[in-house]
Design a protein around this ligand. Structure first.
Ligand code: ZN
Ligand code: ZN
Length: 302
């Protein structure tokens, strides 16, 4: 074969690969989940409206609601309790945490838990619902706007969360996950008018969504890796601050059932502080905790 032919053959092969790659990418973004996208646009507009209606009272109320929704609802509830069962609490408190979780607009407990269990099963591999190997934007919010996220298919999602699918309350909450948020919105509207809704609902939900999505995007791209896990997970301090401790994501992938994610003293993990406080009160039981290998040997030496 002449040199010229070989070059054109190689060019041809690469062209084909390039077209195939572009098709895969285009296909991924070809189907828009319109309801989700429109709701997200409305919430972002409401969040911007909040910035024109500032008051310290509203900021304070919003901060408390953010802590309830992201700290209690997602960190303590959906993630460490319902997905990984890293500790136990009385059933009524479990339900309370799950209701807090719905205030984030991240979907019902069965949807969230199932999606996250699939993420742990296929982290950064084929089948991961949100991996930055398919692009940072995809991992952050593309997957929820264009992906096969089956928010409302309780039956299909319950296959990945059979423990929750058996519980009538969780099945109901999964179907009607927006109800607690609507009720909260009406209460805020009654007491503080629309500016309070812009803050306590729209702005708070938008900041919470991006903070949680950063765990899927940023902590699979930026930060240190203490453990050589099979995935690309990283420990990221600023995501940990935004999410009450969920940013210590490499620790978490290495020890998924640990209720403690920040394993070193300098890794601030507010969710862990809260769980260990409940444990000391005797309210949280069967608390699973991973220890660093060095900490283990230190303890043995002492
Ligand atoms: Zn992950
Ligand atoms: Zn997890």
């Amino acid at each position: 074969m002449e040199g010229q032919d070989l070059v054109s053959l190689v060019v041809e092969i690469y062209k084909e690969r390039w077209v195939a790659l572009k098709t895969v990418k285009a296909n991924r973004y070809s189907k828009v989940s319109w309801v989700t996208t429109i709701v997200l646009v409305i919430f972002h507009i409401g969040a911007i409206a909040a910035l024109f209606n500032f008051s310290w009272t509203m900021l304070a109320i919003t901060a408390v609601l953010y802590w309830m929704a992201i700290g209690f609802g997602i960190g303590m509830g959906y993630h460490r309790l319902l997905t990984h069962r890293s500790y136990k609490v009385p059933r009524f408190f479990e339900y309370f945490l799950a209701v807090c979780g719905t205030l984030t607009l991240e979907g019902g407990p069965i949807f969230w838990v199932a999606t996250h269990r699939v993420h742990h099963q296929h982290s950064d591999q084929e089948g991961d619902p949100h991996s930055p190997t398919e692009g940072g934007f995809w991992a952050h919010m593309g997957w929820i706007m264009f992906g096969e996220a089956k928010h409302n298919d309780t039956q299909a999602m319950a296959r990945y969360a059979p423990d929750l699918g058996k519980d009538g309350f969780y099945v109901w909450l999964n179907e009607y996950h927006y109800v607690p948020l609507v009720v909260l919105g009406l209460i805020l509207l009654a007491f503080g008018g629309w500016p309070m809704v812009y803050w306590g609902i729209f702005l708070r939900v938008v900041v919470g969504l991006h903070a949680t999505w950063l765990v899927n995007s940023a902590t699979h791209m930026w930060g240190a890796r203490r453990f050589m896990t099979k995935d690309q997970s990283r420990n990221n301090w600023w995501v940990a601050i935004l999410t009450f401790g969920e940013g210590w994501h490499n620790n978490h992938h290495a020890h998924p059932t640990s209720a403690r994610h920040g394993l070193a003293w300098y890794e601030l993990d507010i969710t862990w502080i809260q769980i260990s406080f409940l444990q000391r009160l005797g309210f949280a039981r069967n608390v699973k905790v991973a220890a660093l290998p060095e900490a283990d040997s230190e303890r043995r030496a002492a």
